[in-house]
Design a protein around this ligand. Sequence first.
Ligand SMILES: [Ca+2]
Ligand SMILES: [Ca+2]
Ligand SMILES: [Ca+2]
Ligand SMILES: [Ca+2]
Length: 301
Amino acid sequence: MPHEQALAQILLEQLQRHKKGEAPKRAAHPYAEQDKGEHKIMQRIRLPFLKKYAIQSVVALAITAACCQAASADPITSVFGSSWTQITAEDNVGANGYVNPGWGGQDFDAEYLYYKLAGNTLSIGLQSGFDLVDGHVLHGRNYYAGDLALSFDGDDSTYEYAFDFGLFTKDYYGHLVDADTSLPDGKDAAGLYAVSTWNQGIYFTVSNPFAMDGGTLVANANGTTAAGADSTLDSYWRTFSFDITSIGNFVALDAHWTMSCGNDAIDGHAAAPIPEPATMLLFGTGIAGLAGLQRRRLSKK
Ligand SMILES: [Ca+2]
Ligand SMILES: [Ca+2]
Ligand SMILES: [Ca+2]
Ligand SMILES: [Ca+2]
């Protein structure tokens, strides 16, 4: 478990500091820093016991690290079958639960992004070790899933849209995050929003953007929005669909997702232009129609 890894690391660091006669130090990353329950445990542990426990923890850490790497999961094929196109595979948990740029192991690992387009309905799928069903993970404090940041204009330096899962959201500093200023309850209706302001209040700011602070609903989530978990892979998934008619300039699909600590982030890019079956069909019908007309004209001569 990542929890034990972090605890083992804290114990070791504090033991080493004690040996050098240094004062106890607050840990550097949010996962450990904010784990106040663990700090309380630390204060109660006497040092002879601490040393013994640290050694045991190092052994547990080595075993856990191996488990984490082995658990480096596969796509959930029962959900993301052949009709989906994978656009990102980022299923990496490194030593000590490092998921880049932060820590926390599988619970914070953003893993895969998928899309499929049928007519004007765009579907996007996200797989993560982070709980995408409940929308939050508890490790001493609560961490929340962000919105899926989207760009359709081919320039991913700015995300003009967000798909909101309809989940309760707080930023790293505990502020409620939502687009609806008239009802600041940390929740918005699920759907596609044109974003006016992104919340940037996460610990690892390199993982921004996180979630909408302001935006306008432009397309409702259609009926296929769904979420679930695969206990074998220790992964969660979420899929959703919306109509792309309201998006004027659809050059490419760029997607980005993170959580309120920013421990891990995932980015996806589907090369432009995304084939649009409905448009291609119309275009094809038009060509066939013209060819037919030409044949009839020729036969009359
Ligand atoms: Ca993983
Ligand atoms: Ca990852
Ligand atoms: Ca853009
Ligand atoms: Ca929201």
